[in-house]
Design a protein around this ligand. Sequence first.
Ligand SMILES: Nc1ncnc2c1ncn2[C@@H]1O[C@H](COP(=O)(O)OP(=O)(O)OP(=O)(O)O)[C@@H](O)[C@H]1O
Ligand SMILES: O=C(O)[C@@H](O)C(=O)CO
Length: 406
Amino acid sequence: MIGTIADDFTGGADVAVAFRSEGLRTLLFFGVPPSSAELPEHDAIVIALKSRMAPASEAVAQSLEALEWLRRHGSDQIYVKYCSTFDSTPAGNIGPLLDAVADAMSVDVVPMTPSSPEHHRTQYQGYLFVGSLLLAESHMRDHPVNPMRESSLPRLLRAQTDRDVGVVELDSVRHGDLGSILEHCTARYLFLDAVDSEDLRVLGKALRERALVAGAAGLARGIAAAKPGTLSLSTNPSLAGRAAVLSGSCSARTLEQVAAMIRASRPAYRIDPVTHTDPEVLAAAALTWYDGLPDGAAPLIYSSMGPVDLQRTQEVLGVQEASGILEATCALVATGLVSRGVRRLVVTGGETSGAVVSALGISGGTIGELADAGVPWIHPVEMPDLALLLKSGNFGAVELLVEATR
Ligand SMILES: Nc1ncnc2c1ncn2[C@@H]1O[C@H](COP(=O)(O)OP(=O)(O)OP(=O)(O)O)[C@@H](O)[C@H]1O
Ligand SMILES: O=C(O)[C@@H](O)C(=O)CO
């Protein structure tokens, strides 16, 4: 049974879809479940944490708790899911987190790759590409909270760990003896090139019995394909009820999706943390605006903004402070929307989703139909009449928010 530790909530949904797409019965939890949790039959468990941007010590503690829970509940393989654009800071948290998990499991070599061709992320000669651009030349260069200014995966990881880092180049992935490469590897971390889903399937086969593997949803799917289940993804939407979008991501694709909502003449309300810094005040104003909308409106409430405005806000308030204010505000707005009858709630951004899901008291959910690649509707255990779409910052078609809330 594959147990996965994902470093944010949208990433948890993404990797859960990867397992479900290969027919695995997959349970998705937000945070570490209680020991007493009764579990339905399953082939994979994903525990999504809010550890990506947390202080490294906190991220490590959360991950070790998740690891212990997963091993106690029958996981014989652990997958550490990080972002397909390797979102992290020079201090972590990918390195510290992997160090802690690998040490706890006494694992010598951790094979991995962020390659996720479905999301246009590929690894070649140890470099990470987004579409046809190197990571550091892509939109990730100006990511609002973790700008990525380096494209070499070994260099990125070496800044976060003292352990050795190696690369297996594409030619060896395609034509080499991966078993022997892994057996003779002296590096703790081994980045495996993969540029298409066939490469990931080859890797999945080679890694299906490894105790610990890491990467994004692409490799997770490769491994699942090597031990597929029998479930098919739901294709029957059966989604209904009042809809709203709450957007806290400032990623490039989200900005385009927000613009599409405005172009589609959806009622839109912008939360501005510079005018007020009290989340209660900001949320109350947004909800008062919502209360004035006509029945059936499917509005957008957002703080998403482009890099120039964002930088100005961050200079005035501080990066962490601005995030803290807005995440707390989104959490309050989400609670208010659900109590007012919203039944289809779309949230953009991993950190924002983490704040919202925690505020709603949702401990997990089942994976429903896909709104887009890696973006499933989630049906929360505690609120079966609510459908939740947690959208990764850079995922989805430009019209995704409009379409998902029709
Ligand atoms: N106007 C703003 N000013 C400053 N910070 C903002 C603003 N709007 C949003 N933020 C903060 O930026 C962060 C965005 O991170 P989040 O993880 O939600 O999105 P993302 O990084 O695009 O998503 P993902 O991790 O799924 O790719 C949040 O902490 C959010 O509160
Ligand atoms: O891997 C990705 O890109 C996503 O699942 C993600 O982690 C977004 O936060």
